[in-house]
Design a protein around this ligand. Structure first.
Ligand code: OSB
Ligand code: MG
Length: 368
């Protein structure tokens, strides 16, 4: 098989609410979608790079550059039996989010060529996946309480609260006082450092959090290992895990006890499965993170989260939690905290073509 056509698109999609993490915030998402055609079917993916380099060095614009200059032109010249074997630039360093966009579209394409669900091609087992919600930093404690109240009532099985210095201990104490038994965790997006913040982080042990996600530097594994030896709350790694090699090091060092797997952050689904397998073998639970994706990216995340090691609820929320209107049909909607896994071929949801075309502000087409 060969790819006969590739289409890269950018479309602005406005989040219902401003989403703030310790490094900054976003409301106007710049969604990048990739479509790959072969054998009369289309593979779809979403590039999860953010608008600013505050989570990763990759941005919408660096990913667009790497895709249009270095990945898509050579992709059109490749040939193979299995779409997943096509790697247009094995020599290319870094840029996992740009690379993942190609890899994930190839997975969807291959699943559709075989007429099987992406879940089945990945080796997933579940028909539904447990899900939670990630709440950005709120202006007031009251606003946070209201949101937690509402999301718990909707059935979410994990409440993730974004924290940063100054919006941490008092806020968590208040949340615990109001919701003594709720499944709550905190995500710091690298806002703390050792040794200065050791006491502050250790003080979070009393709040019985499910875990604290990425407390220390985005590129650190060593201090996270020191921290995990000093606190009881499980440390979950997000930014620090960009490859299977990072996970092997984290397991060796004891840099935490849990991994948040985002396929875009680790270069795609194959790498996600390998990371999952190593964590499962080592007894570290994993869960699927989110990057404020549209329904296209979410569909990939849901399929991945059906693998057996994904025992903790993912950051995979209803389409309505992000968007007034999603760009896939049907929209994602959980019930009782369980997201149903689409069972159609590939990602199993249909991109809303007319709406996508109407919203597209930039497009590049590559012919085979
Ligand atoms: O750290 O997990 C994170 C969104 C953008 C960048 C980083 C993160 C997040 C989220 C959003 O927490 C989770 C979601 O998509 O619902
Ligand atoms: Mg995170």
């Amino acid at each position: 098989m060969r790819i006969t056509k590739a289409v890269l698109r950018e479309l602005p999609l406005k989040l219902k609410e401003f989403f703030e993490i310790s490094s900054g915030g976003t409301q106007a998402r710049r969604i990048v979608l990739l479509t790959l055609e072969a054998d009369g079917v289309e593979g779809w993916s979403e590039c999860v790079a953010g608008e600013s380099p505050g989570y990763s060095y990759e941005t919408t614009d660096t990913a667009w550059h790497v895709l249009t200059r270095w990945l898509l032109p050579p992709l059109m010249k490749l040939e193979g039996d299995d779409a997943r074997s096509l790697d247009p630039a094995p020599w290319l360093r870094g840029h996992p989010m740009a690379r993942a966009a190609v890899e994930m579209a190839l997975w969807d394409l291959e699943a559709k060529r075989r007429n099987v669900a992406l879940r089945d091609l990945l080796g997933g087992v579940a028909d539904t996946v447990p899900v939670g919600v990630s709440i950005g930093i709120q202006r007031t404690d009251e606003a946070l309480i209201d949101k937690i109240d509402r999301y718990l009532a909707e059935g979410y099985r994990k409440i993730k609260i974004k924290i940063k210095p100054g919006r941490d201990l008092d806020m968590l104490r208040m949340v615990r006082a109001r919701f003594p038994d709720a499944p709550v965790m905190a995500d710091a997006n690298s806002a703390y450092a050792l040794p200065a913040d050791l006491e502050r982080l250790a003080a979070m042990d009393r709040f019985d959090l499910m875990m604290i996600e990425q407390p220390l530097s985005h590129d650190d594994l060593l201090d996270h290992a020191t921290l995990q030896r000093r606190i009881e709350t499980p440390v979950c790694l997000d930014e620090s895990i960009r490859s299977h090699g990072d996970v092997r090091l984290a397991l060796h060092l004891g840099s935490g006890r849990i991994v948040n797997i985002k396929p875009g952050r680790v270069g795609g689904l194959s790498s996600s499965v390998t990371i999952h397998d190593s964590c499962l073998a080592a007894g570290w639970p994993v869960w699927c993170g989110g990057m404020l994706e549209s329904g296209i990216g979410r569909a990939h995340n849901v399929a991945l989260a059906t693998l057996p090691g994904f025992t903790l609820p993912g950051d995979i929320s209803n389409s309505t939690r992000y968007w007034a209107e999603d760009i896939v049909f049907p929209e994602f909607e959980m019930s009782d905290g369980l997201m149903p896994v689409p069972d159609g071929a590939g990602i199993g949801v249909t991109p809303r073509r007319e709406r996508i075309d109407r919203l597209t502000t930039r497009m590049e087409v590559f012919d085979g």
